[in-house]
Design a protein around this ligand. Structure first.
Ligand code: UT7
Length: 343
């Protein structure tokens, strides 16, 4: 970690990148897969209830599609956009709840693969809110002068933890990585991360969890056969909490910055379900044309949704210098958070 004797900088996103596995899995592919186990679903049900048409599923036998490898591909694109190399990275913050290995961290795997010898690296697990928590952490280190350039990754492979016997959850998820380069900026810069608001509610842990595979429950053959190493989700309950908290955090971020919602250029919500996003936009009275969406193409990619949809909009020119953008997420934990920024 580099130390600089100064205390008042701003932090700015200067590069974005994303990467996806090759295998495109359509709703019809899932219908066939479930039919083989005697479970009914349909392309129509999935589209109408979630807005998802297809997602990417990693081949974990292929090292090029491991979490850290997708993170690496996304990171290279983000560094390229920022005009930086791996040698410029002071800090790697890797938001993931599906690490390559429990130890070492996926951040260290990425450091090894990218060759960022000046950096210190750690994982952050806040599930689907991970990117928000990691950006907030980067901002703190940059603001205090301890870090000049931070590489923030949001990447998850939820497919290895998906229970293909559970039609309520298996239709939702996809695998992906997104990356952001965040750099030091003058404190009075027009282009900066303005605020970060986060909160967790561990009391709601049961709404989304994976029982086995951590230190409290080893995966034994008996537990494996009961799918205890796969995700458990209470979708209906999460849906309600998600709509309420996404609205609350958006309003809080705007109010504390004294920014009217009509001044917002882009709203970038976590991509879990199009119906959640539409319900939030409706409550905020915010036009859907100014909401970034990629859930139709990739499903819920957990901590990768926000950086990947942001990357798409930066690269196709929708996001422009000086625009005001709100990132807003919820995830397992439960965790919540919003970030307001000027691009
Ligand atoms: O980052 C956190 C990740 N999780 C989430 O964000 C989940 C948020 N929740 C959701 O996205 C939605 O609640 C779901 C998509 C999971 C479910 O949609 P819903 O509109 O809340 O459906 P539901 O759970 O109320 O189920 C309605 C019906 C049920 O049948 P009955 O009881 O009415 O006969 C389900 O059994 O739909 C049935 N169903 C399905 N039918 C066909 C559930 N999954 C499927 C399916 N295909 N895949």
């Amino acid at each position: 970690m580099r130390h600089v004797k100064s205390n008042s900088f701003a932090a700015r996103i200067t590069g974005t990148g994303s990467a996806f596995p090759k295998n495109r899995v359509t709703n019809d592919d899932i219908v066939k897969k479930l039919q083989a186990s005697g479970i009914e679903t349909s392309d129509r049900w999935i589209r109408e209830r979630t807005g998802i048409r297809e997602r990417r599923i990693a081949d974990i036998e292929n090292p090029a599609e491991h979490n850290s490898s997708l993170g690496l591909a996304a990171a290279k694109k983000a560094l390229d956009m920022a005009g930086k190399t791996e040698k410029d990275i002071d800090q790697i913050l890797y938001a993931t709840c599906t690490p390559d290995t429990l130890v070492p961290s996926t951040a260290c795997w990425l450091q090894h693969k990218i060759g960022a010898s000046q950096a210190w690296a750690m994982d952050i697990n806040a599930a689907c809110s991970g990117l928000i928590y990691a950006v907030a952490t980067a901002k703190q280190f940059i603001q205090t002068g301890q870090v000049k350039t931070s590489l923030v990754i949001g990447a998850d492979l939820l497919s290895p933890f998906t229970n293909w016997q559970d039609r309520g959850s298996c239709i939702l998820f996809g695998d992906a990585a997104g990356a952001l380069v965040i750099e030091r900026e003058a404190a009075d810069s027009k282009h900066q991360i303005l605020s970060c608001h986060m909160l967790s509610n561990g009391n709601l842990w049961e709404l989304f969890y994976i029982p086995a595979g951590g230190s409290s429950m080893e995966v034994t053959p008996g537990r494996y056969s009961k799918n205890l190493h796969k995700m458990r989700m209470y979708g209906k309950e999460i849906f309600k909490v998600a709509v309420r908290t996404l609205v609350d955090f958006a309003q809080q971020a705007l109010a504390e910055n004294k920014i009217d919602i009509r001044e917002l250029d882009w709203f970038v919500p976590h991509q879990a379900n199009l119906r959640i996003i539409e319900a939030v936009a409706d409550r905020l009275k915010f036009p859907m044309e100014k909401v970034l969406i990629n859930v139709d193409k990739y499903g819920n990619t957990s901590s990768a949704t926000i950086p990947s949809v942001l990357d798409e909009a930066v690269r196709d020119g929708r996001i422009k210098n000086g625009q005001t953008i709100l990132l807003d997420a919820f995830g397992a934990g439960l965790t919540y958070g919003a970030i307001l920024l000027r691009w």
